[in-house]
Design a binder for this molecule. Structure first.
Ligand code: FES
Length: 84
């Protein structure tokens, strides 16, 4: 089994996933993940994807490059106090 451990019927996956923010751009997700939208639609598993962070993409949840056309300015640091 690739990337996981099997114990009887229980399968544990050891995912290696990173999420990186691009300056004034998308989130880059690297690693095999399952992406499911609010309607329950599942997207094909990809090893790398760019997810829109600006909200203006016409291909949500994916980045289509619109962030650079609209001059998107993102917060560059996570703010621990913003946890809810
Ligand atoms: S982050 Fe690229 S289109 Fe939104």
């Amino acid at each position: 089994m690739l990337g996981g451990l099997a114990f009887g019927a229980l399968v544990l996956r050891m995912a290696q996933v990173t999420i990186e923010t691009i300056r004034n751009g998308p989130y880059i997700v690297t690693g095999e993940v399952e992406l499911i939208d609010a309607a329950g639609t599942k997207f094909p598993v990809e090893k790398r994807m760019a997810l829109c962070r600006c909200g203006a993409s016409t291909e949500k949840p994916f980045c289509d490059g619109t962030h650079s056309k609209i001059g998107f300015q993102a917060a560059e640091k996570a703010v621990p106090e913003s946890k809810e």
